[in-house]
Design a protein around this ligand. Sequence first.
Ligand SMILES: N[C@@H](CCC(=O)N[C@@H](CS)C(=O)NCC(=O)O)C(=O)O
Length: 214
Amino acid sequence: MAIKVYGSMISTATLRVLVCLAEKDLHFELIYVDLASGEQKKPHILSTNPFGQIPVFEDGDVKLMESRAIMQYIARTYVNKGTDLISNDLKKAAEQSMWMEVESQKFEPATTRLVWELCMKRLLFGEKEDEAVVNELEKKLGCLLDVYEARMTESKYLGGDSFSMADLYHVPVIKFLMGTKTKKLFDARPHVSAWVADILSRPSCLKAFCGCPY
Ligand SMILES: N[C@@H](CCC(=O)N[C@@H](CS)C(=O)NCC(=O)O)C(=O)O
């Protein structure tokens, strides 16, 4: 039975799942959910995601919400397809898992509002960003990227020497921010900048973002 993703190309959480499916070379059907009209609060989404958010994922009788949990399901279920995203080696997997947590607990909170201010407000409502808010958020993101820069002086990717789920988690938000003035924070840090160029040039990223406004 075909994999189905209910989501939207302007949703970073949906795109996170789409880049994962592309890394695993899996076919899927994308069923468009219109965020602007509040379709995510309709019963066909609420039945799987009681919070009324996208993406919602179906693989036969498996129905899931939360993009990162969906990606872990995909990586573990389709372990023999495409890129290995989670190591079989316990120590390496623990290192990857640590940086996956950094993404969810630190990078996501530091960037969600930036994506809202610099991308979504204009796209959905034609509104300009709040500059004071953006400046404050950029300061926080700069401190976090200093930690990433230090990490990547000792290892090519966040989770170790090979590309992993830890890097993949970051792709959609970084891709969106590359089209904004916040790009300068990534460009100013040579190791971070090389990492961004590397992860955004992966075929999975080019494939998943085809038709995306960012
Ligand atoms: N932690 C969730 C976040 C899901 C989320 O925030 N989805 C947004 C789109 S990126 C959404 O559905 N927003 C509409 C709403 O909250 O009503 C995940 O990673 O799947």
